[in-house]
Unconditional design. Sequence first.
Length: 236
Amino acid sequence: MDLAPPRERLALAIQAIRAAPSLSDSYSAAAAAMRQSSPEALAAWLAAREITRRDAGDRIESDAGRLGDNLYARPYLRACVGYALCALENGEHDEALAQLRQVLALDVDDRIGARYALATALLIAGRFEDFTALRTTQTEDTTAFWLYADAYHALAAKAPITDRKTRLARALASNAHAPLLFALDEQQLGEPADSFAPGGFEEARALACSLTGRLWRRDHVALQALLKASRPSQQK
């Protein structure tokens, strides 16, 4: 499925479900292949979440707090995040936030990066105070995925100008390729790589394809401020 064109993936996932109805990965793949703003995708993610919950069994309770350490339970966490992001796309902000917070409670080490999804979900929902509270727990996070969400918050929440400049500079230092990719149409970006080096082009492409990248792309004013900050020599 990963090698197939996007338009063929849903049919392949359905074929896999028919061949092995108990294989939970097929349901998650089918859900991911749908248009995420559709109620059909939301229903598919619910099915994926419940099937992976069944597969995880009592590990959800016995390993709560460190569920990401268990390989058999990680598909459940990934399905929960997929469902949350789909709920967000369908305008169900409270449902999405509750689900992401539950994922982080089940896996405090956050092996699958749910905190980045939560950060962006809070920004989309306009919960800036909640983002500020989350920010206090992420002071050591220097990844581009966190710093670009943090920089967007500085602009959207109208932080003091010096704070905005500092947070924009930190984001740009983490990956200088991202702003130009944010300015592209999503279909021009292509498929992001499964792995990438911090600060590199492939990381920037993965970031641009993520919900955080879409957030920047949808806010023309914020994106222009970011592009301006990325060209300091032109500000003189």
